[in-house]
Ligand binder design. Sequence first.
Ligand code: AMP
Ligand code: MG
Length: 711
Amino acid sequence: MFDRVAILDWSASGVPKTGKDSIWIGVSDASGTSSHNIATRGEAEAAVLALAQEAILTGERLLIGADLNFGAPAGLASHLTGKAEAMALWAWLAERIADDARNRSTYRAIAAEMNATLPGGGPFWGNGGKADIDGLPRKKPALPDWLAEHRRCDQQSKAEGLSPKSLWQLAGAGAVGAQSLLGMPMLHRLKAALGADCAVWPFDPIEGKAIVIAEIYAAFIGPDVKALEARGKIRDAAEVELLSAALWNLAQSDRLAPLFQIDAATEILREEGWTLGTGHGPTLRAAIPASQLPPRLRDDCFAMPQGVAWVPVDEALERLKAALAPVTGTEALQTNIACGRILAADCIARRSNPPRPNSAVDGYGFAHAATKAGVNRLPLVAGRAAAGQPFEGTVPPGHAVRILTGAILPEGVDTVVLEEDCATDSASVTFDGPAKPRANTRKAGEDVVEGAVALKAGQRLRAPDLALLSALGIAEATVHRPLRVGVLSTGDEIIATPDKPALPHQIYDANRPMLLALARQWGHTAVDLGHAPDRPSVITRKLDRAAREVDVVLTSGGASAGDEDHVSRLLREEGTLSSWRIAMKPGRPLALALWKGVPVIGLPGNPVAALVCALIFGRPALSKLAGGDWTSPQGFTVPSAFTKSKKPGRREYLRARINADGAAEVFASEGSGRISGLSWADGIVELPDGGAEIAPGTPVRYIPYASFGLT
Ligand code: AMP
Ligand code: MG
């Protein structure tokens, strides 16, 4: 849709200024992303115009995003100009606001002028200057009832948890008002200079236009900006780089178009404008290329020490665990919709469970101290204590109260007898003592105490965990965003999908559907990267796309060291490949590398080996990258139903299932091309690294598919 995206972060500074809170322009195109800092609005306007003219000359399409309000809340434009159009307001402001080459401007005086035409002293307020300005209040005034505080798009962003400021506010942290008053005249001049080649969205049709200018809002990608800021990057630079990279990325496929489709009345759009990306924050964030985010894995993270020939499985797992770190950003999510997500921070109990001492049964409550051995007959107080309906009074010693399960123990009650153990008339209750002190009651916090760690970072939330979080009053959790796992198959012989014809020398891609489904079942976002023939240029293109769109790539095929093993050759040329020769069967070298900062796990092409390597190495690796705990599958010791003489040296994985006698039988053939055995099996038998003589009845370790999260 666009060949280039430029993002403008504007400023209302009254003097030339660079660094934080000044003007930044970020540009992304096929050659990458860059940003630069500009000291004055005049120079910035010239720079944007130059970018646009260059695009027109070269026949490229350019999207310019500007982080300022393109319109005012409905009512102002028509009040001032007689036309309910943002662009009429632009012209009105352009005619009146002076803004010189040293950033000295008259926007405050013009704001005061606008205020003078309206009742109530506002709507514009806030004065960042020292001198008072007549007609521009320092404090927020009341608005006329026909003027809203926020535009419709900002109202939507507020509803989604962001905090856009009102155009009326001209000063204070994050205020966009002054920038917008100075930005609208700039947009007016740009549009006039570019003429018919330029469309301003959502006011003009954008179809076929070389230059499209739209409003954007950096808060849509706020958490990622913060992550870069935490590493010392200037916030404004991070904003323009990440936004331009994300939008450019989306523009390379059909993923940008939906952002231009909005569901709001035409009149509102024409007068208020709309922020591109409203409601699409997750899409934008997901489109930020990993290469723009803080590097989390070191280039040499997969390196093996010199001279290591074969690595035992356990050592390989330890090395992989040490090499990997979470690569996904985090976000706050309502806990009730967070099932399947991985906690990025511990969850702290906001209240105790139970919050107050209560009764565990239906029965009668009283103070234990006033009871005795033998028959007790206690007069009943009027009323009762039930769950959700506390007994308000105090139960005097020697008296009892009717109490139901879950009811808070009333004042004066510390012990409850079960109603089945009592006789009662309406005036008293009788039971055999002695009662055990505090019998049938639950202590406050006996389950979890307020302030305790309820769940730890790294845990994937399951249905029962939601029950716990809810019970403890935890409405929101910091979770990792889902890990994007790209799956790529390689090989000249592979046909991508079985709905296409295949020649005798061709085979259908078995690994890709399997690996995509696994990634999904493990709770990640699976991204189908398709199939690449054994051609380095195509594999390169696919990996480049992957580096923009996913957090980790699983490839299958071409990962050994042979003539046709192009994946490993390319990764080696990039300089980061490490081939791990793991002492296991099935499985050939596991190729581990970073491609433009994105980890690539090269699995064997053989479907049997691909699955085993994915289960043993892929699953814990992806879990760690996703921010979760390192996972080890739970195995069970069961009698064998087969006979095998195993040589020492390599750990072996056999396709297996449990027979009617509870013993593990294995698939008839160990042939690594026998895909039917994968499907026949319900799990795998893991035979130890050393030698073993196995006969029917010998204990073996059986790991059900379910232990690998495979259903
Ligand atoms: P490679 O690792 O590329 O040498 O492939 C090893 C074996 O696995 C060859 O017989 C390939 O044809 C086969 N193979 C590779 N990729 C796939 C795939 N995606 N689906 C089914 N078989 C595959
Ligand atoms: Mg191959």
